[in-house]
Design a protein around this ligand. Sequence first.
Ligand SMILES: Nc1nc2c(ncn2[C@@H]2O[C@H](COP(=O)(O)OP(=O)(O)OP(=O)(O)O)[C@@H](O)[C@H]2O)c(=O)[nH]1
Ligand SMILES: [Mg+2]
Length: 497
Amino acid sequence: MVAVRTADGLVDDLRRLASELETQDLRSGRLTASQTSQTRDRLVRIIRSYLIPRLTNPEAPLSVVFAGPTGSGKSTLVNSLSGLEVSETGPIRPTTKGPVILASERARHQFESVGGVDCEVVTGRAPILSHVALVDTPDIDSTLTEHRVMAEILIDCADVVVMVTSALRYADLVPWEVLRRVKAAGTPLIFVLNRVNRGSSGAITDFASRLSEAGVEGDIIAVPEHHVEVGTHSVPALAVRELGRRLVGLTRDRGRYQQEIFHRVIDSTITQISDLTDQVERDRVWVEDIDAGIRSAFEDKAQALDLSALITGLEMSKVPEGGRWRLRRWRRTNRLKSRDLAEFESTLRGRLITLVESDLRSIILRKGELGIVGGTVEGAAHDVHLITGRAIDGWFDIVRREADGTDKRDRYLAAAVLISAALGAGGRRPAEILFGPDSEVLTNRVRLQLLDRLQVTYTQTAAHLCESLRLVSGEGEADELQSRLTGVVVRSHFADA
Ligand SMILES: Nc1nc2c(ncn2[C@@H]2O[C@H](COP(=O)(O)OP(=O)(O)OP(=O)(O)O)[C@@H](O)[C@H]2O)c(=O)[nH]1
Ligand SMILES: [Mg+2]
């Protein structure tokens, strides 16, 4: 019996689709990014561990996954259906700590690992096991993350999900979120309202209306409360007869049934991948906007800095009008030592760094406007001090080299005068005396060199900020995925009987 006819290349296409999905760069700095990755991981799993195996091994027994809250009686039901007392049951919550799968010996190897989860497989000869494998899972709404994750993975790879709820205490214990996902994935759902008291016929109607309110209608099978003998892990076969019939019934026209589920799951998977690629594309556009926003906010910023407020000029006597001797004397009296220049530079350095830092901070604080997600900017401000300091030190070197061209004895004074002039302080005369008629051109050039260097600080901070938001744009990747999807859609249509 071949349940799903394999359209040529569909398996290969699905394999490639899974690998391409897996390699998608979904980092975007957006809060939704981790959710997007989780959805992606699930879809990859469904392709690899459900769709492909169903195509390549259509004879495998249906995987019936029992899921639900702890203590709802999953293990007891699985034991009772198979007549084997293999899955531990008990009053200690939670009892089942890993998946236990009851299957026929022939099917053992298919269930030893499901979706990457190692499972304990117990084989038996019970008639039901020649049609289905009964998968007992740890509690789905567990406080233990690993339990929940295991249950979710097994559900993703199921042909049928049996959601078990105890009538004794179902009120708040229905895992609605999981149910909606199972529905969305296209996997058939059977609800078991377990341990129903004979007198309480209203329980099922009540449960049905709760399900329908939540938008997850489905078949409900009631399993009456039975006596569990001390030391046993099951209820009498009679209690689960209806449930067993229903499960075996599913396999009667198994080919058609499997094909139907397969197509439902593949359709839903494709829709979800399509939504995902749309999201990736929206994120990419968003990333580009933010990136451009940040870069433009930091553009030409250094030009706007008010450098003249940093120094009032050097403490020098007033430059005399004309007269070579007077000028020479002026130079001699105002002469600086190396130490004086170093002190002057150091004060200025501190003030410049403070100015640039506070300007950068005020830009970064406008993060809402720039579209930056909170909490990611701290790292960006971190290097500012270092980069600005380096930019300024390099500039002092340039100035000193220019000053070296003047009289050796005047070189420290000349450097300080050029620095002041470049910052717009101290007037033009001192520079004229020390650097001659071209001093204005020189002053302007040196000023621009400082601004260029400071602009590098701004640009580097912007780049750092973008990087710390992990703004990477995976241009083209989403397009490729979309075209791969189209291929799968076309082939899956030909897989129809
Ligand atoms: N009296 C009675 N006890 C039941 C019935 N079904 C289950 N129990 C008891 O309820 C307890 C929980 O049952 P389990 O089958 O272990 O529940 P579970 O859903 O597998 O629980 P976890 O493995 O923790 O997720 C056990 O002590 C069972 O013996 C029933 O029909 N009648
Ligand atoms: Mg259990």
